[in-house]
Structure formats: C-alpha cells, structure tokens
Design a protein around this ligand. Structure first.
Ligand SMILES: C[S@@+](CC[C@H](N)C(=O)[O-])C[C@H]1O[C@@H](n2cnc3c(N)ncnc32)[C@H](O)[C@@H]1O
Length: 286
C-alpha cells in the first residue's frame, strides 16, 4: 500500500484509465474497448521504451508531443504478422473457400487489421494461383496509417524469407515464393503487380462502419485484443458487411464464443476458425 492507501496495481489502473481518456480526447483514438490486462501490459512497455517512469509520464508526453502518436499507436496495436501465418488456414481458404467464391462474377474481400500487409500479399498470391485474382478486389484496412504505409510498400526483412517459403508450401503454394518477390540487401520486396487489386484504407473497428457486399472477411489476431463488447461490435460490422453465405476467417486463438452476434455465423471449419454467415431459413444462400 502507498501512503494514501492505494496499492500499485490500483494506481496503474487509475493511470491507465487517464491515459486512455487523454489519448481519446487529444487524438481521437478510443481504446476503452480493449481488453484491460493486455492493454496495460503494452502501455507499460511503451512507457519503458519511451523512458517514462510512469504511465502518467507517458500520458504527458503523448499530450504534448503529437509527433509521438504513430509510435504510441504502434506500441498499443501490435502490428506483427507473417506471410501465410497458420498455413493450414490459408490452405483451407484455397481448397475449400475459393471454389465457392469462384461462382461470383466479382469477389470482394475485406481484410480488417492487415498490419504490415503480409496476409494481403499471401491472399493475392493464392487468388492469382487460383485464377480468381483479376475479378477480386481486396480492401485492406487497419487503424494505423503507419502500418498501412508499410503494407503498401511490401518490403520485409530477408531473414523471414525461408520461414515464409515453408509457410507458402504448407499452404499449398504451387510455385516458389521467390517468383513473387525480389531480394535485395537483407530485404525482400513483393512485386507491385500483386497490389493491383488492393485498396489500403484506414478503418477503425471501434468506430467506423461497414464495407458492403463482402464475400470474405479476414480479421485474424485482432479481436483477441478487444473486450467482449468491442468484439461484438466488430462481429455486427462483419455480419452487416457480408453477403449471405459470406465467409469470416478469424485467428486460431479467437472464437465467437458467447458473443450475441455469434449466432449469425455457422462454423465452416471450426478448428481453423472459418465461419459462414447464415443463409435463409430454408438453408439456401442465394
Ligand atoms: C497482431 S496484428 C494482426 C495482423 C494480421 N491480421 C495477422 O493475423 O497476422 C493486429 C492488427 O490489428 C490492428 N488493430 C488493432 N485495433 C484495431 C482497430 N480498432 N481497428 C482496426 N485495426 C485494429 C493493429 O493496428 C494491428 O495492425
């Protein structure tokens, strides 16, 4: 206990609440719907990285040094990703979902929380190999415009290439990953032609609206950071964005659980967290 009878974890919670409020008021980003334990961990880490002794010290810097905002957002949102992350999920998209999407003349895919874009390029490659890419539009969105800039550049550390090649093969890739990128000094850059049907845009799942007529939504490893209420908001957005029978792909550690909007989705491949928006009462999707 401190001298005023408040223990350290409680003090941290008070400071965290004030930080979240200040970030919202100063910069318009509302993190009040994020799961508190992991948010607190990331805010503490960020405070350490920016040499602030306390969360309050971080709040002060965030308020008075607006140039820190991109770093603050990056620290809070964990923009880590991989090419063909969880290859089995990408293999299921290729083998089970794409053949069903192939019946649409135009395919709209929303990738929400695309971070630095590795999954965007993964999808583009699989769609190209399935012969579907030239009638697909991918909307790749994220809260962070810094992350989106990195995604649009498509440049990554070369040290990841071997693992990503293995992931690509495990996802059922029919060529070589090297066919889709050029390697330079310690870097790889994905060919810009892979971006020809991609639109990158800022979109905040906590406050923004729907994307109409989506046939597939990938939102992997994003909901895990949200509170139950914010997860449910996102699920309502996904439901309202998808066509009947449209697909939702979550991360392997995420599930629909007891969320009120979970009942709108049916398991398609439950183990790989692929769901389908329920169809009509007679079971049809048309
Ligand atoms: C761990 S990454 C996941 C990247 C990728 N989907 C994957 O699974 O590899 C989480 C991403 O979600 C984004 N994010 C966090 N909160 C968000 C929100 N409210 N709206 C949109 N994107 C958000 C972060 O900026 C980050 O890029």
């Amino acid at each position: 206990m401190s001298s005023v009878g408040v223990n350290v974890p409680e003090l941290d919670s008070i400071e965290l609440g004030l930080f979240v409020q200040a970030l919202h008021k100063r910069h318009g980003y509302d993190f009040s719907g994020y799961a508190p334990a992991s948010l607190k961990r990331r805010v503490r880490l960020l405070a350490d990285q920016l040499h602030c002794k306390t969360i309050t010290g971080l709040t002060e810097r965030m308020l008075h040094e607006p140039q820190l905002l991109p770093s603050v957002l990056e620290g809070l949102t964990v923009p880590t990703s991989d090419m063909f992350r969880d290859p089995a999920a990408f293999r299921a998209l290729r083998e089970q979902v794409f053949p069903l999407l192939a019946s649409y003349p135009q395919i709209n895919i929303w990738q929400a929380g695309c971070a630095h874009g590795q999954e965007v390029y993964s999808l583009a490659i699989l769609l190209e190999e399935a012969g579907l890419y030239d009638r697909t539009q991918i909307f790749a969105t994220d809260l962070s415009d810094r992350a989106l800039q990195r995604a649009s550049d498509g440049i990554y550390p070369g040290k990841d290439a071997q693992q990503w090649s293995r992931n690509y093969q495990a996802a059922g890739g029919t060529h070589s990953l090297a066919d889709y990128c050029s390697a330079g000094y310690k870097l790889i850059k994905f060919h810009q032609r892979l971006r020809r049907h991609v639109t990158f845009a800022v979109h905040n799942l906590a406050i923004d609206g729907v994307f109409r007529e989506a046939h597939l939504i990938l939102c992997r490893n994003v909901l895990i950071y949200f509170s139950d209420a914010l997860q449910d908001r996102a699920l309502a957005l996904f439901r309202d964005s998808l066509v009947r029978g449209g697909f939702l792909c979550l991360g392997l550690r995420e599930n629909l659980n007891q969320a009120p909007h979970a009942q709108d989705f049916l398991p398609f491949d439950a183990a790989l967290r692929i769901f389908r928006l329920a169809g009509r009462a007679d079971g049809t999707y048309a």
